[in-house]
Design a protein around this ligand. Structure first.
Ligand code: SER
Ligand code: ZN
Length: 492
């Protein structure tokens, strides 16, 4: 093997999926914030996965982190007791149940990847989907490891008066030297990609929402002070989303507060971190003098999208990143339905079909073609595509058409109930619809596994004498790079 082949990144295959060797019972994180030297102290209780009969090494993901110390069940480990590589920290031998404390240091100010912990306009913020958490601390950074998180943030009080993380606020107070701390607890188990932390000098716009069972939810939108006046539409959109999900799917918000933070430097539209969404400002800030009708609709749709993820993505999450469309396709379908219900359904449908034809069909016909549930990937960040999102939403829509709206709706409710708190697959979604409807969708599952836009050719003929009308449908699907790659393998 030449050196150049050696450095080729390796593809990850769905067929190689293995359950995690260790599960996490709880995570306690302490962040001592500093732009160039943030201390991250983690206390994590690990339990060997009951599906394992033999001890296995503990392999934690971690990148661009300065490791300070590792303490196993109270004993400080020396450097010979673990293996450190650029991407992992491995402990060869661990007991079946243990507490691991890791102290490390990171530099948010020099992190320009917009992944992990970084600075935007001087404020700290995080982006952990898909694999940003591993840039903050060593952890099994995979969505099928779900745990309860408790987070303590310490920072300078005047520079960073606002300190936010997921869940409910449980404590706050002053520290020596004009510093302060805040503690957050998220009662729901979540994968690391839904973790969030925000710290800075931000203004807060507040409102409240009364759920249909009568619980009062505090709604907060955090923005830079100069943008305070631009949040009314976002707040209204949030309240509409909360009401819509109650009315259409019977889903009520599950924490005491819902926070949205707008930042200027953000890779995607927004991120559905549990209870603490981080948004690209483009999808929060709007007022008639500076925003078009489309901008307003965009804010409404993205606020809805992130809110709807609270169930389709957060309460029921993805087993692995091959299942990305499980949450994205379904949530795009939900935000499309929300926008259609609130505005013109016909116009919304025309726009959605236009996106398919203009962006998704070309993607599916070109070198980037991939199935809605890919079988392999090299870099997961390249898979946030119109195929995963928009074709994924069309697969959901087709299943709604096959089952009828009412049965489909019951099927989604059944899926969410059955898999609450679990990390599952697109197959699990389709199976839940089958269970609820009594329909066999085995053939339909091919839509998830096969790339390309199928062509359907129709021929019609009417025989006047026999009074016979014939309709012949022929379906073909062009070969896509994945098929070609598979069939061409013997010649390599
Ligand atoms: N998960 C994020 C979203 O779709 C990032 O794409 O909302
Ligand atoms: Zn999404």
């Amino acid at each position: 093997m030449t050196d150049s082949t050696k450095s080729l990144p390796e593809a990850i295959h769905l067929s190689n999926y293995k359950t995690p060797a260790y599960l996490v019972e709880f995570v306690e994180l302490r962040f001592i914030l500093d732009p160039t030297a943030t201390r991250v102290v983690s206390r994590v209780k690990y339990v060997r996965n009951p599906d394992r009969t033999q001890a296995e090494p503990l392999i934690l993901d971690g990148e661009q982190i300065k490791l300070m110390s590792v303490v196993l069940d109270g004993t400080l480990l020396d450097a010979r007791s673990f293996n450190l590589s650029d991407e992992t920290l491995t402990l060869d031998s661990v007991p079946p149940v243990f507490l691991l404390e890791i102290e490390s240091e990171i530099s948010p100010a020099t992190n320009t990847a917009l992944e992990g912990l970084y600075l935007s306009s001087g404020n700290f913020c995080t982006q952990c989907e898909a694999q940003g958490f591993r840039k903050m601390t060593y952890y099994p950074d995979r969505p099928d490891v779900m745990a309860r998180f408790e987070v303590r943030i310490e920072a300078d009080r005047s520079e960073y008066p606002v300190l936010l993380s997921n869940g409910n606020l449980i404590a706050q107070g002053k520290l020596d030297g004009d510093r302060h701390f805040v503690e957050w607890q998220d009662p729901f188990c979540k994968p690391s990609y839904l973790f969030a932390l925000v710290a800075g000098d931000l203004a807060c716009i507040e409102d409240k929402f009364i759920t249909r069972s009568g619980r009062e939810i505090l709604l907060q939108i955090y923005v830079e002070h100069r943008n305070c006046e631009l949040c009314d539409h976002a707040m209204l959109s949030l309240k509409k989303s909360m009401r819509w999900d109650e009315e259409v799917y019977g889903l009520e918000y599950d924490l005491d507060r819902y926070m949205i933070v707008a930042v200027d430097d953000f890779n995607m539209g927004a991120m559905e971190n549990k209870g603490l969404n981080v948004f690209n400002s483009k999808y929060v800030l709007a007022r008639p003098e500076i925003a078009t009708d489309n901008d307003f609709l965009g804010v409404e749709a993205v606020i809805g999208h992130e809110y709807f993820h609270n169930y389709t993505g957060n309460r029921v999450t993805c087993r692995d990143w091959f299942q990305l469309s499980l949450k994205e396709g379904l949530t795009v379908f939900r935000d499309q339905s929300f926008s259609a219900d609130l505005n013109s359904a016909a116009v919304k449908r025309i726009e959605d079909v236009r996106i398919l034809r203009q962006s998704q069909f070309p993607e599916d016909a070109g070198p980037m073609a991939h199935p809605v549930r890919p079988a392999s990937y090299v870099e997961i960040n390249n898979f946030y595509t119109v195929t995963i999102y928009n074709k994924g939403a069309e697969l959901i829509r087709m299943q709604q058409t096959l089952l009828g709206k009412e049965t489909f709706n019951q099927g989604v409710r059944h899926y969410l109930k059955k898999h609450d708190g679990q990390a599952v697959t697109t197959d699990d979604f389709v199976i839940a619809l089958e269970e609820c409807s009594g329909r066999d969708l085995i053939q339909f599952r091919r839509w998830y596994a096969q790339a390309g836009t199928p062509h359907v050719a129709l021929e019609t003929a009417y025989d006047q004498q026999k009074k016979e009308y014939r309709l012949v449908c022929r379906q073909t699907c062009p070969a896509t790079p994945e098929d070609i790659w598979i069939t061409s393998r013997p010649y390599e």
